[in-house]
Design a protein around this ligand. Structure first.
Ligand SMILES: [Zn+2]
Length: 240
């Protein structure tokens, strides 16, 4: 999937195409092992037989991706009155929604990770609500709440995963910040020039990497909490 240029996919739903991350219902490890779709297939991490594949990401995630794909490939006629003054916004495909949806996807994925951490850590719902209220913006959730729930800073976590798993999450994060800056330049200064065609291309090209980033974060911070619980339960059963 990494080697496919996703900007070239037009006739297939990108959301369906990228729905390749499955989670083990027992140890909660996420990977792209298609075998998990088969009932009884044994998880490579814990050996538990599969219940025929749980998609890790929600349908919201894939709907958003397919929506981005739709906008990316939409061509818009340039109104006559724009004449010579047409800027990049009108120059061809509609790029701005791709940028906006990409940053929405980023928010959706972080909120999903936070929800998972709340559940895995068995944090009571009133406390979850308070924590979310204390960090209402994406930036606060990334800088503060993520660290509260994982014990690590966002950048340090990405660096640690890159080092251990030979990924390029730090680079991806830099790209994401570039997209966020372009979006903010548009929202706050009305600067449509901030949205370059190339940036939208890269948003589409990085969709798989965005999901992969979150699969890594899940395996790094969420799955171990379940593995630990499993180990405790096995120990209890053995003693009984
Ligand atoms: Zn497993």
């Amino acid at each position: 999937m990494k080697s496919i240029d996703l900007t070239r996919i037009k006739d297939r739903s990108l959301g369906e195409m990228l729905n390749v991350f499955y989670v083990c219902q027992k140890c909660r490890v996420v990977d792209s092992d298609h075998g998990r779709l088969e009932e009884g297939y044994r998880c490579a991490a814990c050996g538990d037989p599969s219940n025929a594949g749980w998609s890790y990401f929600s349908t919201q995630v894939f709907s958003l991706i397919t929506l981005m794909q739709g906008f990316y490939h939409t061509r818009q006629d340039i109104p006559d009155e724009f004449g010579e003054k047409q800027d990049q916004w009108w120059a061809g495909r509609i790029k701005l929604p791709v940028i906006i949806f990409f940053t929405t996807l980023r928010e959706l994925l972080l909120n999903n990770l936070i929800d998972e951490l709340f559940t895995a850590r068995k944090i009571e719902s009133d406390i979850c609500e308070r924590l979310l209220k204390d960090s209402p913006t994406h930036k606060q959730r990334l800088d503060k709440l993520f660290q509260t729930l994982t014990g690590e800073k966002w950048e340090a976590a990405l660096k640690a995963i890159d080092l251990k798993e030979n990924t390029k999450l730090v680079n991806l994060d830099k790209f994401i910040m570039q997209v966020v800056t372009a979006r903010n330049d548009f929202l706050h200064a009305g600067n449509t020039w901030a949205v370059k065609d190339q940036l939208a291309d890269e948003c589409i090209r990085n969709l798989y990497s965005m999901l992969d980033l979150h699969a890594h974060l899940h395996n790094w911070f969420v799955a171990p909490l379940y593995a630990w619980e499993l180990a405790v339960n096995i120990e209890k059963e053995e003693k009984a």
